[in-house]
Design a protein around this ligand. Structure first.
Ligand code: FES
Ligand code: FES
Length: 172
C-alpha cells in the first residue's frame, strides 16, 4: 500500500485477469461491487451472519464482507456473475428457479455459490449434508425446502451428465 492508501490489485476475477490500483484497506465485497461493478454479491448483514456476500476464493466459499480485499491478491475469485448468465444458467441456478427456490433473490447469489462449493466437494450430498452446506446462508422467503430440493436436483443433473459442480464445465 502506498501513502495514498492505494494497493495494486492483481488477481483473477471470473476467469479474467484484473490488475489495477485501488483504495486499500477495504472489504473484498466493496472492491467487487464498487471497483469492479460486480453487484451480484449482496450485502445483507455485513457481519458474517447471512451469507449473501459469499464468493469463491481459489474455489472455496468465503464471506466477502469479512475478507480483506488484499487477501485476494494473486488468487482467483468467482462471483455469481462468473457462474452463469440468464441465457446460460449453471445447473444450480436452473434448479433453484425450477423448484421455486428463488423469491426476493437477496440470498440467491450466496446460496448458489455455497451450493456449488458443496457439490464440488461432495457430488452426491444427503439432505443433511445440503443443510450443513448452506447453513451459513439465510433465506427469509422460501423456508429452505425448495432450495434443498433444487440443490438435490442440480446434484442429480450434474451426476447424470458426468459433470461436477465446477463453474466452467457445469453451465449448460
Ligand atoms: S453480508 Fe456477508 S455474511 Fe451477511
Ligand atoms: S429468496 Fe428472499 S431471502 Fe431467499
Amino acid at each position: 500500500m502506498d501513502e495514498n492508501n492505494l494497493v495494486k490489485m492483481t488477481l483473477t476475477v471470473n476467469g479474467e485477469e484484473v490488475s489495477m490500483m485501488a483504495k486499500g484497506g477495504r472489504r473484498l465485497l466493496d472492491f467487487l461491487r464498487d471497483d469492479l461493478h460486480l453487484t451480484g454479491s449482496k450485502e445483507g448483514c455485513g457481519e458474517g451472519e447471512c451469507g449473501s456476500c459469499t464468493v469463491l476464493l481459489d474455489g472455496h466459499s468465503v464471506l466477502s464482507c469479512l475478507t480483506p480485499m488484499e487477501r485476494a491478491i494473486g488468487r482467483s475469485v468467482v462471483t455469481i456473475e462468473g457462474v452463469g448468465s440468464p441465457t446460460n444458467l449453471h445447473p444450480v441456478q436452473a434448479a433453484l428457479l425450477d423448484e421455486g427456490g428463488v423469491q426476493c433473490g437477496m440470498c440467491t447469489p450466496g446460496m448458489v455459490i455455497s451450493a456449488i462449493d458443496l457439490l464440488q466437494r461432495n457430488p452426491d450430498p444427503t439432505v443433511e449434508e445440503i443443510i450443513e452446506g448452506i447453513s451459513g446462508n439465510l433465506c427469509r422467503c422460501t423456508g429452505y425446502k425448495k432450495i434443498i430440493f433444487g440443490i438435490q436436483h442440480a446434484a442429480e443433473e450434474l451426476r447424470s451428465s458426468g459433470r461436477t459442480g465446477m463453474v466452467k464445465e457445469a453451465t449448460r
